[in-house]
Design a protein around this ligand. Structure first.
Ligand code: SF4
Length: 328
């Protein structure tokens, strides 16, 4: 059987912000990953590690002082070099559905949620006629657990959680081949987190040609629906792993990934000491060295990414060796 091409293929993606005085901020450096048809890839890491900048680069929504390098192919289109007209007319909403990080800013403040949903349905699905549009908008709201009784409200009349669900409903309308969810569970309680991410997962499962890239710092949400996990630290992807192995046994291989899991309340509940480095002032070697329990002199050199991990001293990949490694 021939392997199907990825929905999204990112190669060497870097983003630099040029600041006054000649300063450069390395927001994303040399990111490589694919998202396959039928797959959910969770991109995880602490706030400020470059995850959302990477999402903005894929959507062509970076500010004017940003410079990109590398490739991000969505089918035959390179998202990094596509012009704004192409991105606006054929990509955003149609080929990439976006569940945004700040729904309040994404929703039009002077229009009700119903009218925004009806307009999006008309634009993306071709449904016509008042009754049909009304029914389709209500169906779209239900998919994201947005209550029908709130459809005639304006965005400022919604709680953060309801605004997030309204934005999710809008993102699902076009049934885009790639759903890009940027912190889709912000402001939701645990039960709603589960239902929201389950709906995102269903987007992939109901059509094996679709894919989901979920950017999140919510590891429980990632564990619930992801097939693979990409861990980002200081602008670089430092680990790419199968989700079952990552959250179970043998567990993550990169010390930062291990720290993220150990910080969870239902695990060791031990935070990673220290803070991430400034993206404008990164060290030459491993950016995690100052916080890393495994750091040695070798770590003053930048660890190469092997395809699964970027670390000079990663935990072993197999179960038995990993158990020994934890005991040591
Ligand atoms: S390269 Fe060294 S400092 Fe960096 S994560 Fe690995 S062991 Fe730690």
């Amino acid at each position: 059987m021939t392997e199907r091409p990825p929905v999204l293929s990112v190669r060497g993606l870097s983003v630099r912000f040029l600041l006054p005085g000649g300063r450069r901020v390395a927001a994303v450096t040399d990111a490589h990953f694919d998202v396959a048809p039928g797959e959910c890839l969770a991109l995880i890491g602490e706030s400020g590690c470059g995850k959302s900048v990477l999402a903005s680069a894929l959507l062509g929504l970076l500010p004017a002082n940003a410079r990109t390098a590398g490739q991000a192919r969505l089918g035959d289109l390179d998202l990094l070099t596509a012009d704004e007209r192409t991105l606006a007319r054929t990509v955003r909403g149609r080929r990439i559905g976006l569940v945004p990080q700040s729904p309040a800013a994404h929703l039009t403040p002077v229009r009700t949620i119903r009218s925004q949903l009806e307009e999006t349905v008309a634009e993306l699905t071709g449904v016509r006629g008042r009754t049909a549009l009304r029914a389709a908008a209500e169906q779209a709201a239900a998919r994201a657990e947005f209550p029908a009784g709130h459809l005639d409200r304006y965005p400022h009349e919604l709680s953060g959680g309801l605004a997030q669900r309204a934005a999710t409903a809008l993102a699902l309308v076009g049934d885009a081949p790639l759903l890009l969810a940027d912190e889709p569970t912000t402001g939701l309680d645990r039960d709603l987190v589960d239902r929201t991410v389950d709906e995102l997962r269903r987007h992939v499962d109901t059509d094996g040609d679709r894919a989901l890239l979920m950017i999140t710092h919510d590891l429980a949400a990632a564990e619930r629906i992801a097939d693979r996990v990409a861990v980002m630290y200081a602008g670089r992807i430092v680990e790419l792993a199968d989700a079952t192995a990552f959250f179970g046994t043998p567990g993550p291989r990169h010390p930062y990934s291990r720290g993220l899991l150990e910080a969870l309340p239902d695990r060791a509940f031990t935070p990673i000491p220290g803070l991430p480095p400034e993206l404008g002032d990164l060290p030459d070697g491993c950016a995690f060295a100052a916080r890393c329990p495994r750091a040695t002199g070798a770590c003053t050199a930048l660890p190469p990414f092997t395809g699964s991990v970027a670390c000079h001293h990663p935990a072993p990949a197999d179960r038995a060796a990993a158990t020994e490694d934890i005991r040591a």
